[in-house]
Design a protein around this ligand. Structure first.
Ligand code: FAD
Ligand code: SF4
Length: 461
């Protein structure tokens, strides 16, 4: 074994997977996991833990994997994370735990994410169930939204003895894990649902089809329904558009709608009566994880897919692994290119996009070099579908129906950094609703901090 290199992980062949919705990465088996775990040198001052927003005791669980004590490893992870099979698959480990791993200085860091995934999958396959608290303290807490922030906050509060109810607007819980991230990266029935079931086994109730701000307000929950505190984890599900001509044509989707139709309404499954329009040549505008997911979904429906992104490859915000997978599968990258108009046929459907070439100028406020239009470089691309993936912001429904809840100019809820306390007493918030679109693990970290904050708040009352 070369200790400087990761044990490679098995993946579905790119040609084969480009035509199906089955999971791309197959994960480690027991032997591979134990071999990878042997590379960890069990640092005393483990930098990897500092890189993990929920502070999993990484060296401890890796040592347990090395010794074949998989149930102990599952317990170690469960102390800090309610969603290890999810995080092991979708966390940006390269910039978090693995980015800090000491092994990464001379060689490749430990595959912490793949080991976490192995332990979580092993637990599920072997019927490991987290322990339920013995009795509750009788205090009711409401959690709005069942994404990673809400699930984590609810799970942690339930472990402390609170009676927690999650209110979810959609008919399925899970937030972006269920409606956003595609099946081929994060299987729903095999991975997401069992982890949600584990949260329910801690005693958490989930009520779906309840839109807070429409079905019931936060004030009603607190004044009339006996909830002593509320956590808002309602995410950032409102898509942005470019504001260019033709954007309202048939065949223009937000990535959010496109992915929701596929994941939640199962348009990829012939047994469902909720199909989606399938393009022959599709342009996905944007360069983040969401753009990669939309592009790879359209590819699986048989389209030629172009990522249209206004900066260069270096600035692509998507995870390196996602870009690599997208390229392997045959996605075409049209970089330093920006749409200026969507061309619409007489039938009202998209028939192309007019783009302009870009070049990189001086760095902007984000530190990345600013894309500048090259005058006179417009050209047309024939496409029959456009998917806009330009980011999302929080839906203002909750803030507009809750008196005393402060938001900033981006419509994000203002909350304290340490425990997510908002301007309204007893109301806490975290995840994308506070930060704008971010990551699963940051949302989980915020849910954890808020659970601590709610406990402190209610203990002082
Ligand atoms: P969400 O997951 O958005 O959950 C919020 C929930 O609240 C939703 O279920 C929503 O229906 C519900 N809700 C909203 N309003 C109300 C209301 N009024 N009443 C009741 N319920 C309400 N992150 C990564 O770390 N790695 C990735 O690979 C990755 N890929 C992504 C791919 C896609 C396509 C998308 C869209 C995001 C991706 N992200 C990824 C980002 C990550 O999923 C989010 O940062 C994370 O899910 C935020 O969690 P949250 O709990 O704050 O919100
Ligand atoms: Fe192991 Fe790397 Fe963490 Fe050190 S920093 S304990 S080598 S995973």
């Amino acid at each position: 074994m070369d200790v400087l290199k990761k044990i490679p992980v098995r993946e579905q062949d790119p040609k084969e997977r480009a035509t199906n919705f089955k999971e791309v990465c197959l994960g480690y088996n027991q032997e591979e996991a134990q071999e990878e775990a042997q590379r960890c040198i069990n640092c005393k001052n483990a930098k990897c833990i500092q890189g993990c927003p929920v502070a999993i005791n990484i060296p401890k669980f890796i040592a347990e994997v090395k010794d074949g004590k998989f149930e102990d490893a599952a317990n170690t992870i469960a102390e800090s994370s309610a969603l290890p099979a999810v995080c092991g698959r979708v966390c940006p480990q390269e910039s978090q735990c693995e980015g800090k791993c000491i092994r990464g200085i001379k060689g490749e860091p430990i595959s912490i994410g793949k080991l976490e995934r192995f332990v979580a999958d092993w637990s599920r396959e072997n019927g490991f169930v987290p322990a339920k608290p013995e009795k509750t303290n009788g205090l009711k807490v409401a959690v709005i939204g069942s994404g990673p922030a809400g699930l984590t906050c609810a799970g942690d509060l339930a472990k402390m003895g609170y009676e927690v109810t999650i209110f979810e607007a959609l008919h399925e819980p899970g937030g972006v894990l269920t409606y956003g991230i595609p099946e081929f990266r994060l299987p729903k029935s095999g991975v997401v649902r069992p982890e949600i079931e584990n949260v329910k086994k801690l005693g958490v109730e989930i009520e779906t089809n309840v839109i807070i701000g429409k079905s019931v307000t936060i004030d009603e929950l607190m004044d009339e329904e006996g909830f002593k505190a509320v956590f808002i984890g309602s995410g950032a599900g409102l898509p942005k558009f470019m504001g260019i001509p033709g954007e309202t044509a048939c065949g223009v989707f937000s990535a959010n709608e496109y992915l929701t139709r596929n994941n939640l309404m199962k348009s990829f499954d012939e047994n469902y009566d909720t199909p989606i329009a399938k393009g022959h040549k599709v342009a996905v505008v944007g360069g983040g994880n969401v753009a990669m997911d939309a592009a790879r979904t359209a590819l699986r429906f048989g389209a030629e897919v172009h990522i249209v992104y206004r900066r260069s490859e270096e600035e692509l915000p998507a995870r390196v692994e996602e870009v690599h997978h997208a390229k392997e599968e045959g996605i075409i990258f049209d970089l330093l290119t920006n749409p200026v108009e969507i061309l619409v046929g007489d039938d009202g459907w998209v028939k192309g996009i007019r783009c302009i070439r870009m070049e990189l100028g001086e760095p902007d406020a984000s530190g990345r070099r600013r894309p500048v239009e090259v005058p006179g470089s417009e050209f047309d691309m024939d496409v029959d579908m456009v998917i806009m993936s330009l980011g999302t912001s929080p839906n203002p429904l909750i803030s507009s129906t809750t008196e005393g809840l402060e938001t900033d100019r981006r419509k994000c809820i203002v909350a304290s950094e340490d425990v997510g306390a908002t301007s309204k007493p007893g109301v806490f918030a975290g995840g994308d609703a506070v930060t704008g679109a971010a990551t699963v693990i940051l949302a989980m970290g915020a849910g954890k901090d808020a659970a601590r904050g709610i406990h402190e708040y209610l203990s002082q009352k």
